[in-house]
Design a protein. Structure first.
Length: 321
């Protein structure tokens, strides 16, 4: 099967928004490649593809690639994507001199690319993410998350995912009920249980992510402790008939590795599904939106516990009184 590749080259601060738009326009999977420091940025006129430095991307830039089925209307997707990127500065994100490129790839080649570049990664002091095809001998006390990312986002290598896993490591004490909003590959849900949580309700709007998360949960042998459902944020919880009672709120902990704009949309809903004293871990917050999210959480009644930062990203740990 052939897939269309729609790739964006933009500043790293805009990469999550670019990925969000690719998902919104129907991508079945999104991959992000970030630059390594290489000297001054290289310029290009808007809409032109950069001449990339050997072996990498211009410093401060990322390549965000969405994968679309053969029947997708690629010209329309490209038009909408360009317009969305041009509008990003009005939301506080600078895409820089961005460019969009269209290509194609065979499904088997895409799958093999994951295996070539994705190796076991220590993401916190205790947690290591290991692709299922790799042999790995864990050290004493090390917790290994088995993962086959497939077409879903979330391999543990991005700062926002690392921050969430670190926050879980600091927060989970054992026996918690957890809701993971925007579960993606299921990495946070699996990590929470392996750290000691009793059970997790994992939610995602994308059916591809739901399928990928379910597969990864099976890889880790946690089907009885993690329930995966398709849901737009926490909407499914407004109809309790759709969730097994053991996984229904109130919960001890909610995790969300999303964009700041999306987190702001459902803060009040998080407050409703948490027990008194329950914790909320919010990640995917770029530095230019940190104070806005903190302010909204405080206004909703949350108490700030900690801020974790990596590169220019922030994860927040807050508590319901």
């Amino acid at each position: 099967m052939q897939w269309f590749e729609v790739s964006v080259l933009a500043r790293q601060e805009a990469q999550e928004m670019a990925a969000h738009y690719l998902w919104e326009f129907g991508a079945a999977g999104v991959a992000i490649e970030e630059s390594q420091p290489q000297g001054p940025d290289r310029g290009a006129r808007p809409g032109e593809w950069f001449e990339l430095p050997p072996g990498g991307l211009p410093e401060g830039y990322a390549k965000i690639t969405g994968y679309f089925h053969e029947g997708a209307d690629i010209p329309d997707i490209e038009r909408r994507l360009r317009q969305a990127l041009e509008d990003l500065p009005s939301f506080g994100y600078d895409p820089g001199e961005f460019a969009v490129e269209i290509g194609s790839v065979r499904e088997e080649d895409w799958a093999e690319a994951w295996k070539k570049y994705y190796k076991p990664v220590p993401v916190t002091e205790r947690l290591t993410v290991k692709p299922v095809w790799e042999e790995y001998a864990p050290r004493p006390g090390e917790i290994v998350i088995e993962l086959d990312p497939g077409m879903a986002f979330g391999t543990g290598t991005h700062p926002t995912t690392k921050l969430c896993l670190t926050a879980l490591e600091r927060t989970v004490r054992g026996g918690e009920t957890v809701i993971d909003v925007g579960t993606g590959s299921g990495i946070l849900a699996v990590g929470a249980v392996k750290l000691g949580a009793a059970r997790v309700l994992a939610l995602d709007l994308d059916p591809v992510a739901v399928s990928s998360a379910a597969a990864n949960i099976r890889l880790n042998g946690l089907e009885d402790r993690i329930e995966v459902r398709e849901s737009d944020l926490l909407e499914i919880l407004k109809n309790g008939d759709n969730v097994p009672p053991a996984f229904a709120p109130p919960a001890d902990l909610v995790t969300a590795n999303l964009l700041a704009e999306i987190i702001l949309r459902f803060i009040d809903d998080v407050m409703q599904v948490l027990k008194p004293g329950g914790m909320f871990i919010a990640s995917g917050i770029y530095e230019n939106r940190e104070e806005q999210v903190v302010g909204a959480l405080r206004e909703a009644g949350f108490e700030e516990i900690a801020r974790l930062r990596e590169e220019r990203w922030t994860a927040l740990i807050v508590r319901k009184p």
